[in-house]
Ligand binder design. Sequence first.
Ligand code: HAM
Length: 416
Amino acid sequence: MSAPRLTAPRGTHDVLPDEATRRERLDALASDLFARAGYRRIETPIFEATELFARGVGASTDVVQKEMYTFEDRGERSLTLRPEGTAGVARSYLEHGMHKLPQPVRVWYSGPFFRYERAQAGRQRQFQQIGCEAIGSDDPALDAESIALLHQLIVRFVGADGIRLRIGSLGSIEGRAAYRERLVAYLRAHEDRLSTEVRERIDLNPLRAFDADDPGTKAVMADAPRLLEHLLPEDAEHFAEVRVLLDAVGIAYEVDPTLVRGLDYYSRTLFEFTSDALGAQSGVGGGGRYDGLIEQLGGPSTPAVGWAAGVERLLLAAGPGGVPDRRASLYVLWDESRRRDAFVASRTLGRAQLDAAGRGMKGQRRRAERAGARIWLTLPADGGYVVRDREGGRETTVADVDAVEATLAEWFDMGW
Ligand code: HAM
């Protein structure tokens, strides 16, 4: 009996060459977009101290409570495979005293992240994110810039069809405390119509009342004050300015007072892009402001904003099209007696593919055809190099590899 075959762990998958090519294209697009906007690349470790996420992402979030890959290393330290990138970048900003650099510090990243979630299309246990953070300014222009960058990345890679942007604001931390008091007062005033469960938790977690199923509570909550309508004046102004700037660059959005995100560090602006092309996991990318995070990690109060987009979801939303043709454009066909010449030619010319499966000339020709190579370089037994441009219908025979190069340079002045 043969040994059982091993497969990739649940929620992970192999990125095979076709998908890898599409990912490379996405990375190149992001890299170009960020470079033009003054964002520089940063790479933080794939695992971090567990405490970073407990403190940064929030101990009560699903991500921290249920989804982390946490382990103890041989030195008995508790480490966690990063479930997201913002906490690591914030730690790095603090650790390297980046507040001394001109602010805001703009960085971007691309890499693997890990969450123990129920795997399905677009939801994986190991997934890839492209993301960016701009740290050190509370200017609403930075919120709008961040949103505009994600918008541009999505529109250029996926197209604009079926893409929706929702935005909201949570207000500042102080503003939220004031709102909470207002909500508690409202609930107290209508206590007799609330379910026992909600009534008992008025002081503990008044916001939970919005999720209640009980009809009495629902009726009360329909008229309850909403956070977005009770922002402090400076928070309302900040949010209004973000909208003015988005309008100015012609980015369409919907203001969604119910928008929430699963991470605790957000304050003020929140945003999320969804795609109709995706099923249940419609979130392509999102983010927001996190003015309290760096302080939470032991640093000075430092405002910041950023986002992350899921690479698997961007690829799903974009569909299979648009794979650039990266096949070798020159195919070397050779007679066995010219083995060494063929090898030297393929390595000297670059972007050349050597038939290396022991096929006869006829088989090699068939293979070259399938590979779609534009140029065929044939090394016949009786010597010489036959260069053929299949699309241009040109052919010439030369004596050595230098002359092959000269021919290609003459035929293709823009490179081949
Ligand atoms: P997030 O919304 O948790 O935010 O994740 C961002 C994106 O990552 C999602 O919109 C989704 O496309 C993708 N994603 C998340 N979980 C999975 C999964 N299990 N499988 C596949 N894709 C997934 C953050 O992570 C924040 N750090 C974003 C941010 C940056 N906020 C401020 N700065």
